[in-house]
Design a protein around this ligand. Structure first.
Ligand code: NAP
Length: 285
């Protein structure tokens, strides 16, 4: 068997058309969805992510402001800036690019963002809403993975899903979203004793670890759906995921590539969340 690709770039293109249409509809009500992106310091990866996010907004009818501060910015000044953005009616979503410099407490900063503008879905209010199944903002990466599963018509009810990784931004919310769709969910992590025994039972596997070849062909049930969230570099310096793509594609039913899989979907769901925040602001007028 050779797995079918779930093409995140193509799916993103389709979904971004919907974003542009909804943004146009909002503009007819006098609202341009606005995202503020805050970057502190000169982390090279952050430069790339921030630029991609701002460009995606511009390309799809959203307003975006990039605020880039020197690494010396104090936590107090950053918190003051967030308060101002929380009160700015032209801004519907606020994103603080992580990592922050070590002298700034990232949790303090994230919790300072108004939950109504928490388009990254990292605020405890967003996490709590997801936990109890209430409306809120879902973290963009797991949200994008769910859209990918939806795009292939994957019926999750009663399926066994194995999530590898339990971070607050990917693994845990991913597991909750799968649970919401009535999958039976197993969460694996660095202390899991026999990862292969778990993954071999899975109809759906989501790998979110940050290590190459965490999932190899012998660990996958024939026909399983494999979503690769990982972003790593191979020996040649090329971007790759957590999954041994060439091996696993011979066994799986569906697989996401890296690059061109979950990555573009994460940015697309950021646009969705920003749009959603703007639509909610219209409803609350
Ligand atoms: P993280 O916070 O470092 O979490 C990694 C998780 O993997 C932890 O829960 C860890 O377990 C677990 N783990 C480590 N080694 C393991 C092993 N050998 N077997 C099973 N589990 C193991 O990372 P993250 O923020 O969730 O990100 C995960 C990966 O996704 C990274 O490569 C990141 O770059 C990528 N990512 C991609 C996107 C995208 O848009 N494509 C977005 C976000 C993240 P413990 O909890 O026990 O330590």
């Amino acid at each position: 068997m050779t797995a079918q690709l779930i093409d995140g770039t193509a799916l993103s293109k389709l979904l971004r058309t919907e974003v542009a249409e909804r943004a146009t509809a909002l503009r007819s009500h006098g609202i341009t969805p606005g995202l503020a992106v805050i970057q502190v310091g000169e982390n090279p990866a952050s430069h790339v992510y921030v630029r991609s996010k701002v460009k995606a907004c511009q390309d799809n009818g959203l307003h975006s402001v990039l605020e880039h501060y020197p690494v010396t910015l104090s936590e107090t000044d950053l918190l003051a800036r967030i308060t101002t953005l929380n009160n700015d009616p032209a801004i519907h979503g606020i994103l603080v690019q992580l990592p922050l410099p070590p002298h700034i407490d990232a949790q303090e900063v994230i919790q300072a963002i108004s939950p109504a503008k928490d388009v990254d879905g990292f605020h405890v209010a967003s996490a709590g809403a997801l936990m109890v199944g209430q409306p809120g903002f879902w973290p963009c990466t797991p949200y994008g993975c769910m859209k990918m599963l939806e795009s292939i018509g994957c019926e999750l009810k009663g399926k066994h899903a194995v999530v590898i990784g339990r971070s607050n931004i990917v693994g845990k919310p991913m597991a909750l979203l799968l649970l919401q769709k009535n999958a039976t969910v197993t969460i694996c992590h660095s202390a899991t004793r026999d990862l292969k025994a778990m993954t071999l039972q899975a109809d759906v596997i989501v790998a979110a670890v940050g290590k190459r070849n965490v999932l190899t062909a012998d660990m996958v049930k024939p026909g399983a759906v494999v979503i690769d969230v990982g972003m790593n570099r191979n020996d040649q310096g090329k971007l790759c995921g957590d999954v041994d793509f060439e091996g696993v594609r011979q066994v799986a039913g569906y697989i996401t590539p890296v690059p061109g899989g979950v990555g573009p979907m994460t940015i697309t769901m950021l646009l969705f969340n920003t749009l959603e925040a703007a639509e909610r602001s219209l409803m609350s007028v």
